[in-house]
Design a protein around this ligand. Sequence first.
Ligand SMILES: [Zn+2]
Length: 299
Amino acid sequence: MPELPEVEITARRLDAALRGARIESALAPGINALKTFDPPLSDLDGREILGVRRQGKHLIVEVEGRPHPDGSPQPLALLIHLMSAGRLQLYDKRAGPRDRTSRLLVRVRLASEGGTEAELRLREFGSKQAAWVKLLRAEELEQEQALATLGPEAWPDPGGRDRLKELLDAPRPLHTMLRDQRTIAGIGRSWVDEILWEARLSPYKRGADLEADEAQRLHEAIVGTLGVAIEHYEQAVTLPIPDKLPMPLKVHRHEGELCPRCQATLQAVHFEDYVIAYCPACQTEGRVLKDRRLSRLLK
Ligand SMILES: [Zn+2]
């Protein structure tokens, strides 16, 4: 669920709070969440946090280096992917022994200052373990596959109408391509519905069939929709970042309700692990797309 706007506000809030803070100790109780072993997590102990930023749907916590025997300090980076149910949150108290709602994957204690005992926690909800963390040296971060294969950032600008048209020039549905991080980075199952609704485009329209004016609308919808969501979070989200962000969705998860633009009933297509929501009147020339779940039930 955390996509570009949710990860962006998380990075902004954590950056403001953590920049300059010193790590007391780091621990990874979550089995298999930490995907690297060299350098060990204990290398973070005693180091200062330089900042927190976002790339695609990843969070990057940058930590100062220490002078090495060869003289060059090696900054470290915690690269984190929240997947669909992870949260990176800062608390002003240390975790109690028990948390029934989520699993603790990584815990970073900050050196106490003026009596505060802040703790950064990577938690994951649900039964599936998918969120992951890597501790990398700065040079390894640059080589990291998860980042090197990302397409251009969807926000603040994937590079203009013509560039977008080039990126999407393939015989695949827009709904699939916009969520493909190698094509364009940051959009997932929630915001893709909002973007296609804003652009008045069918989720199943093929990228290669986009006309210039459609590519223009899609470009405006990508940049505008994600930008408005980030602005919304700027107003609505303070530390500690809540487990559930107040997502300003109009279409996604609103099937059965009225389209906020034309008052037609919003429809949905259900897949095993996601749902496409859309407005038939605004996006598919009135056609209701086949819902596989329903057609399976009717067999
Ligand atoms: Zn509509």
